[in-house]
Design a protein around this ligand. Structure first.
Ligand code: UD1
Ligand code: CA
Length: 458
């Protein structure tokens, strides 16, 4: 098969973001901007991706890792110069190369693929993705002859008054035949208004060698939006968020109010699950079928089985098994493993704990660093006292145990299977299997104590 590679230009820092973070790493729906571009080129069948980076090199490498190759452009001497810096990756290769920018996250695989197909069908040496803009100012213009053949691209600042009237703009996305690009780059110079090496000049050079250039107009102009500041970042987020939600709805998820629902790209949600308003699902979260999530939930990097109900709750890096009910107002902190059909009720906080199948923790509890067995009942207000001021200690509660209301389990401690703990107890020692533990003062009654006290006052 024909080699199809991509070079993504991303050496610019993006000063208008006013950020310590380089522009292309700003996240949109849970994914860095440049990762969206990467995903779209991969989706179009690209088998090798080169990122041209500059002063942002360290940050970008840390984020994108080894799935892409890197070319360094120390000084930003223009888009042509940027591609020249990536030339080593073009050596001894046959096929096509796409060139795109790292700050255009809305471009889709479909649009890229249609350009590649057009390019191949027409046997072009280069194909430019273009669009007719009502306001083309600032963009390079596509200059065509009387027959509509592409002649060249002229930059806005180098354009004549006549050329400035052209509404067809250069998006900055191209598909080149690798050999033709190599030849074009060889002859590139920087004799223009800005003293930069313009990649756009390669078009005229390639045509000058008797080769064919073409342009394909994109259907959906929104896809060409470049992100330069945080306002544009939020606009792009809205577009991508809609795409994510629409895809989920197409796949059988009900989303009651898309306007107040935020779901990251990496999330997976099963059929017939219903998402209520004001819900945020972030990170690599996986939710099963027939779940009811929300309203007002935040779920981060968690795995949730089928038929789980979660209301008004925060779930972080946790696992919830089939049929469990969580909330309202529950807080599951990282490393919580909630078993099948468990009930985690209102104002319950769980941290780094395992809760066995069928267990109920219905109200006002804190469970930290604990291993709770199956079919246990933790009464209202049970607190696992996991921290002694120095260390976090472990609590174990066996299957079928019953822990009364307002009990403190002072860790490390173990309650064996089937044991009962009387309400209000502070448990510091192991409770044997099937035993009852009462660890509180006996009730004392002082008859007429109040009446007597009143008399002495008088
Ligand atoms: C470029 C095109 C213009 C097109 C427009 C679309 C050229 C000469 N002009 O103009 O025809 O209409 O894009 O947005 O190509 N970059 C580098 N290194 C550099 C210069 C740029 O990596 O030395 C990267 C930037 O990070 C940016 C992208 O290339 O993501 C585009 O650069 P920019 O300076 O914005 O190009 P324009 O002048 O807007
Ligand atoms: Ca630009």
């Amino acid at each position: 098969m024909d080699h199809l590679m991509a070079i993504i230009l991303a050496a610019g820092e993006g000063k208008r973001m006013k950020s310590k973070k380089t522009k292309i790493l700003h996240e949109i729906c849970g994914m860095p901007m440049v990762q969206w571009v990467y995903q779209s080129v991969k989706g179009a069948g690209v088998d090798e991706v080169v990122l041209v980076i500059g002063r942002n090199a360290e940050q970008v490498k840390e984020c994108m890792g080894e799935k892409v190759s890197y070319a360094m452009q120390e000084k930003q001497l223009g888009t042509g110069h940027a591609v020249i810096m990536a030339q080593e990756f073009l050596q001894k290769k046959e096929g096509q190369v796409l060139i795109l920018y790292g700050d255009m996250p809305l471009i889709t695989s479909e649009a890229i693929l249609s350009a590649v197909n057009y390019h191949k069908q027409n046997n072009n040496s280069v194909t430019i993705i273009t669009s007719d803009f009502d306001d083309p100012s600032g963009y390079g213009r596509i200059v065509r002859d009387d027959h509509g053949n592409v002649l060249k691209i002229v930059e806005d600042r180098d354009a004549s008054e006549e050329q400035k009237k052209i509404r067809e703009i250069n998006s900055g996305i191209y598909c080149f035949d690798i050999n033709s690009l190599r030849e074009g780059l060889k002859e590139l110079d920087n004799k223009n208004d800005q003293g930069e090496y313009y990649l756009t000049d390669t078009i005229e050079i390639i045509i000058g060698k008797g080769k064919k250039a073409g342009a394909v107009k994109i259907m959906n102009k929104d896809e060409l939006a470049g992100i330069n500041d945080r306002v544009q970042l939020s606009c792009a987020s809205q577009v991508l968020r809609k795409r994510i939600l629409n895809k989920l709805m197409e796949d059988g998820v009900t989303i009651i109010d898309p306007d107040s629902t935020y779901i990251d790209q990496k999330a997976e949600i099963g059929m017939d699950t219903v998402i209520y308003p004001s819900t945020i699902i972030e990170g690599k979260t996986k939710i099963g079928e027939d779940c009811v999530i929300g309203p007002n939930c935040q779920i981060l990097s968690s795995e949730i089985g089928n038929g789980v109900h979660i209301k008004n709750s925060v779930i972080l890096e946790s696992y919830i098994d089939e049929g469990a009910k969580v909330g309202p107002f529950a807080y599951l902190r990282p490393d919580s493993q909630i078993g099948k059909n468990v009930k985690i009720g209102d104002f319950v906080e769980v941290k780094k704990s395992t809760i066995g199948d069928g267990t109920k923790i219905s109200h006002l509890s804190y469970v930290g660093d604990a291993q709770i067995g199956e079919n246990v009942n933790l009464g209202c207000g049970v607190v696992v006292v996991n921290y002694d001021g120095k260390n976090k200690n472990k609590t174990i509660v066996g299957d079928n145990a019953f822990v009364g209301c307002n009990v403190n389990l002072v860790s490390p401690v173990e309650i064996k299977n089937g044991a009962y703990i009387a309400a209000g107890s502070t448990i510091t020692e192991e409770v044997p299997e099937n035993a009852l533990a009462i660890a509180r003062n006996k009730q004392v009654i002082k008859e007429n104590w109040v009446t007597k006290k009143r008399h002495t006052k008088e």
